[in-house]
Design a protein around this ligand. Structure first.
Ligand code: FES
Length: 243
């Protein structure tokens, strides 16, 4: 195996460039290094103008998601030894490029904020502790692991055609609170996403499930919301208006 990897990196500065291009860099590597290590090497030793996001370097902050050799993943988790000698890197799709691999996350965060990503409970105003049993907490396993990297958002065909679609990450977060025994806004949460830009825009393509680096399975989260919306409508708790 060669100890040199060729990085083909998407470059685009909308303020200077007429169109995007790929720039090629040779990087010497050793086992245990990741794509993020390679990008850091390029930025520190070859081209300091290369722009990308990273922070924790251990798959926790979600900031280094990008498209690497045909799939979205976290650059700090993707081992170089698992990749071919030439590595092609693109930014997240469905979000505007600010520079190179650095995209504008504002639409993603706007949708995340819109779904009220916090517990709404009767106890909130009393200041009392919200007790949860181990069994109740077990319902949140996996869905609580989302690091908001936006890989699912970039891979989603519906986000590509409907800019208002909430997307797999925000909808998974709705399900995360819907499943939480301490949350008392379940009907409000279902009503919030029972519309054309909510769960019913999802066509169950499974792209989000495939790319999620934390196995959160957004497809299953969205399906759970759909099932509960329909059950609520059948029982008359939720209006069919707007669906
Ligand atoms: S740098 Fe934090 S997830 Fe990769």
């Amino acid at each position: 195996m060669s100890n040199i990897k060729t990085f083909k990196v998407f470059r685009f500065d909308p303020e200077k460039d007429k169109k995007p291009r790929f720039e090629t860099y040779k990087v010497e590597w050793k086992s245990g290094q990741t794509v993020l290590d390679g990008l850091n090497y390029i930025r520190d030793n070859i081209d300091g103008s290369l722009a990308y996001r990273s922070s924790c370097r251990e798959g926790v902050c979600g900031s280094c998601a990008m498209h690497i050799n045909g799939k979205y993943c976290l650059a700090c988790e993707q081992q170089l030894k698992e990749l071919s000698d030439t590595i092609t890197i693109r930014p997240l799709a469905n979000l505007e490029v600010i520079k190179d691999l650095f995209v504008d996350m504002a639409p993603f965060w706007k949708k995340y904020k819109a779904i009220k990503p916090y517990l709404i409970g009767k106890e909130s105003s009393t200041g009392k502790e919200r007790i949860q049993s181990q069994d109740e907490r077990a319902h949140l396993d996996k869905v609580i692991d989302c690091v908001l990297c936006a890989s699912c958002y970039a891979a989603c065909g519906m986000n590509a055609i409907d800019p208002e679609y909430l997307g797999p990450a925000a909808l998974s977060k709705v399900n995360r609170f819907f499943l939480d025994s301490r949350d008392s806004a379940k009907e409000e949460r279902l009503a919030m996403v029972a519309n054309d830009h909510g769960v019913f825009r999802c066509h169950t393509m499974f792209n989000c499930q495939i790319v999620c680096p934390k196995e959160v399975d957004p497809t299953a989260n969205i399906s759970n919301l759909k099932r509960n919306i329909i059950a609520s409508q059948m029982s008359g708790k939720l209006s069919k208006k707007g669906v």
